[in-house]
Design a protein around this ligand. Structure first.
Ligand SMILES: CC(C)(COP(=O)(O)OP(=O)(O)OC[C@H]1O[C@@H](n2cnc3c(N)ncnc32)[C@H](O)[C@@H]1OP(=O)(O)O)[C@@H](O)C(=O)NCCC(=O)NCCS
Length: 421
């Protein structure tokens, strides 16, 4: 069937039908978030060149938005570099118009624009596994949901240097928390940057708290010199804990620490909350080290682990030259990209812990033939070369080249992104 839907950029003046359409398909109240404050927030982030809408008979039936950000990537044992990327979000096609190629039309254009702007990769969080592989996106960062049995009252290793835990209103949290977040993200791959608008929405400031959502309880971890090295935000769940103590549960929205001792101090605080029997924490790193701090590591239960962010490389030489590698080596990679072709080519990668250079090498003999998807999967250290070999996405041309690539891309920490989008 030929679609008569017009795809076009969306000026801010047309925001309301766009928001209604996006919210309806994402199963959110279509009319929510239309307050003056919410619209002022949208005006601040609205960049028509990066926003697409699909229109049929004057009605908005499809939405897609991207924004420019930077992604942290491995650049040494405890250091990261930043890569300019295109972050994709609010992708929807109304149930009346799905499977008519609207997503394909919008996303193909959006990726072409990102490539044209010089963005090295595109990054997203997928609602479902099946949607984005055909456009070259591949799982790159995992997340884990935790349930922490506070009722067992596990002891937490005390911090070695004193930290004071001080309460803060959400407004007071923004500045010190932004500093902590920035320090954390520059030491772990997978994080995107946060803007002032992100913080205001996250903390529900300026009237941005969704209806029914609780104001977060916030604490700062301050060292003896008054420097803030960590913070936590949490909220109790609704429930009749007086008659049923098992309902005394709290959700940790965010806990971030820039030093090991601030981490210990914050968890000491969270696990000492009176009345609370269970704490939940969603979308945290797979290798979150909390259990190693506790007298009873089994108080930490992993309830879900899976793909969180997906990555799609658009410029292989730029992406691989910006990274640093655990082992020094030189490999020629034949990169296949049947999902759009943006990243295809033969490249020589010469890299190690302190240097990296990747450039086109069309005449060189390839050591490995691999899909762009596999490169996206291993790029941040989230998945192994071996797993991508099993998936049929990596083939050796030179025997032993796959373990050599594995040694280069190895990272001590798994990537994590603290900022859902
Ligand atoms: C996912 C969504 C945007 C797809 O839009 P669409 O316009 O129907 O997609 P297209 O018609 O361009 O589909 C392209 C291909 O992807 C497939 N596809 C798309 N969504 C899929 C899904 N959820 N599961 C399986 N396959 C899917 C289509 O079948 C089609 O394949 P084909 O060409 O072999 O038939 C739409 O279904 C939607 O809005 N879903 C609910 C909201 C959502 O999940 N958004 C994504 C947020 S990350």
């Amino acid at each position: 069937m030929t679609s008569t839907v017009e795809i076009r950029h969306v000026p801010y003046d047309d925001i309301s039908p766009w928001l209604r359409s996006m919210r309806t398909t994402l199963l959110v109240d279509p009319g929510a978030g239309s307050s003056e404050q919410a619209l002022a927030w949208w005006r601040e982030v609205w960049d028509p060149d990066r926003i697409f809408g699909g229109y049929a008979e004057g009605r908005c039936v499809a939405t897609l938005r991207t924004f420019a950000t930077t992604l942290t990537i491995p650049a040494g044992p405890a250091a990261c570099a930043e890569l300019p990327v295109d972050a994709l979000t609010q992708v929807t096609v109304a149930a009346t118009h799905r499977r008519q190629g609207l997503l394909t039309r919008m996303l193909t254009q959006s990726l072409a624009d990102a490539k044209e702007r010089g963005e090295v990769a595109s990054f997203l969080k997928a609602a479902e596994w099946q949607i984005y592989g055909r456009f070259g996106y591949w799982p790159a960062v995992q997340g884990t949901n935790y349930r922490i049995l506070n009722g067992r009252r596990p002891r937490v290793l005390p911090s070695r240097t004193p930290y004071q835990l001080v309460g803060a209103d959400p407004e007071q949290l923004v500045e010190p928390a932004a500093d902590v977040h920035q320090r954390v993200r520059l030491r772990q791959a997978g994080h995107i940057a946060r803007t002032g608008a992100d913080w205001r929405r996250r903390l529900g400031l300026d009237g941005l708290r969704p209806p029914g959502a609780r104001e977060p309880v916030c604490v700062l971890a301050r060292d003896a010199d008054g420097r803030v090295d960590g913070y936590a935000c949490w909220g109790a769940n609704d429930g009749d804990w007086f008659h049923d103590p098992d309902q005394a549960q709290a959700r940790v929205y965010e806990v971030l620490a820039a030093t090991d001792d601030a981490y210990r101090a914050l968890w000491g605080y969270l696990l000492s909350l009176d009345l609370v029997r269970v704490l939940t924490l969603d979308g945290y790193p797979v290798d979150e080290p909390l259990e190693w701090l506790l007298s009873d590591g089994r108080a930490v239960q992993r309830t879900w682990t899976g793909d969180n962010e997906w990555l799609r490389l658009l410029d292989v030489p730029a992406a691989l030259s910006a990274r640093r590698y655990a082992a020094t080596d030189r490999l020629v990679l034949d990169v296949l990209d049947p999902d759009g072709g943006w990243a295809a080519g033969r490249f020589s990668l010469d890299g190690g812990p302190a240097h990296a250079e990747c450039r086109p090498a069309p005449a060189a003999t390839a050591d490995l033939r691999l899909s762009q998807r596999a490169l996206a999967g291993i790029y941040l250290g989230g998945h192994t070369v071996r797993s991508q070999q099993l998936a049929g996405l990596v083939e050796e041309e030179t025997p032993g080249a796959a373990p050599r690539l594995e040694a280069m891309f190895w990272t001590a920490r798994r990537p994590w992104n603290a900022t859902p989008f």
